[in-house]
Design a binder for this molecule. Sequence first.
Ligand SMILES: Cc1ncc(COP(=O)(O)O)c(C=O)c1O
Length: 392
Amino acid sequence: MRFANRLNYLSSNVFADMDKSKAEAISAGKTIIDLSLGSSDLSAPNVAIATIENSLHDPITHGYLLHHGTLPFREAVARWYTKRFNVEIDPQTEVLPLIGSQEGTGHFPLAILNPGEIALLCDPGYPSHAGGVYLAGGQIYTMPLLAENKFLPILADIPTSVLAKARLMVLNYPHNPTTAMASLSFFEETVKFCQKNSLVLVHDFPYADIVFDGIEIPPSILQADPNKSSSIEFFTFSKSYNMGGFRIGFAIGNAELVTALKKIKTIVDFNQYRGILKGAIAVLESSQETVKQTVAELQKRRDAFIEALNNINWLVESPKSTMYVWAKLPRSWQNKSIDFCQQLVLKTGVAVSPGAGFGKQGEGYVRFALVHNSDVLEVAVERIAGFLEKTI
Ligand SMILES: Cc1ncc(COP(=O)(O)O)c(C=O)c1O
């Protein structure tokens, strides 16, 4: 069978190889502790479940949800956003519901890039950012995120020849996988840079709520671009509200960019079930107590996991945000993150993500997702300790 060339880019996927190793470990009888995916094990808020349940009995919710979702949803989003970030949002033109943030970042390049035009992406970065550019026939210029630069890109390093063909930049802070955070002043610098170089700026913002130790509320890109001249931001209910399976998120930003994305979505989907939008409104309008509980639980897991790693002499900095730990591999495993993860899951059943799966600069690291309770995380570290003893 002959397939389109774009499939070539999409089929070589480190995570698919990891899935094969996981399946092999299961057939060999290993008990899996899966820390490879950022899919929360915690429950969606009761208010979301009850609202969606009630909606199911109302036939009005059973039909297609056309255009850009419902006005009550866009209004609830705009109110939530303005209360939090103090930037006014027009719910008619500046908000768009998404089937998750991944859907938004995956489709958005189709609205911006002509074939051959360049998108500036972070390396390491979230795989759908690159996937969307491939789907649009664009080219990728990667901005290395290095520990010595606090995992922020150095904008001055982007060559002028690249900028001449670039149309789009994608950022994501708090960052998956490095867990780094960005300041408002960094965003202001980036907005100016994008304006100067006629770039559309995308900010993927799934971890807006997931910050620890009571510090720093992460800034929104629109605080740095309050006139929304060239920016669009993607939010999700998957992390703050443990609603990953419900597939709901939203874009907020420049009205023309929102309309452009809406045109693409009109071709590929009819939005999600109306009841899910109602559930999402209910959680946005709730006290946000469940968000606090989720953050407290993740912080507890982070502390237990980092302490356990330190106790086996794997020294890792404690993340200030996200649901991940980004750990530099022990010296004997440097530059072998895929090998490390495959052998680890085959020998111990502990599944983690190889840094190389997030880009070239991710090599030398692994990412642990804190998606089990502290007791299970401690068992995972015991198994890792046994593995390291035998392999170092
Ligand atoms: C940076 C980033 N973007 C998008 C997503 C996916 O979000 P959603 O469930 O809303 O598609 C994730 C999930 O891990 C993520 O880390």
